[in-house]
Design a protein around this ligand. Sequence first.
Ligand code: ZN
Length: 308
Amino acid sequence: MKVRVLGLLLAVLFFSAATARGQAPVDGDFVAANARDHAAYLASEIGERPAGTLGEQLAAGWLAGQFADLGYTVRVQPFTFNRLGQPLVGMNVIATKPGLPGYGAVYVGAHYDTVGIAPGFLGGPGAIDNASGVGVMLEGARVAAGSIYTPTLHFIAFGAEEDYLVGSGRFVAQLSGRERVAAVGMLNLDCVGWGDEFRLIVAREADRAFAERLGVDADWLGSERWGASDHLSFTAVGIPAAFFNILRDDLTCGPGYHQSSDTADLLELPAMQRAGDALLTALDSLAVQAAPIHDIFLPLALSPPAAP
Ligand SMILES: [Zn+2]
């Protein structure tokens, strides 16, 4: 009896300590309603968030807090850029879960900005484009926090995607040569909250094998259809990348694309569930396949490419 009471006391102390550190409960399943709630908060409570605006800053602060609550190490990467000749500051929010030494890194990305304020753009709260991707990434990060992965995981909320992929471009620009070589791959979530056709888009035929290795059950996989998003910044520096996207009847990003009607009521749970399950399947596949990267090969891999 004494032993059981002691055990109960220890359990209470343990869980009290865990709660005091703000750790989220461990749950192995992706819950689409959580992803939808995150997306709805971004779209409805924060609203429009073009890079360089107060909306973006509010969203970045909220995202950093969400990742920190999940136990991730968080850093914010600010960057400067121009929109219509006006200098502005945008930011990426980067959450990291360390893996085993030498096993490289997997990058998961979703842009949290909405379309920039410029002629021809109506703006809008960006529920599908791309609060949906950010919501799926946050819920995926919650599940991943309770698992062990051999590669290091980086979850990145990119700013200024709508300004010609500036945020992801600045992110890859600050990767060292060693980090580029050690990159296992990048998974990009953009417009995954509406529709019923799940696409895995690659920018180059060379990335097709990488996308197939993810073990994700996609309705379509290839490089022939539209797909301008943050994964392009990674393929541009030679990092394999795949773009997760969901559409319906060839309409991508929902009926309110880049307009004030891209609101949270459009978010569809089955689409977000499918994207989240695919993300976790892909992370598991990459973790199983990741091989240690030996420093002895790095001088060869880092030798400068031949001039074009
Ligand atoms: Zn987008």
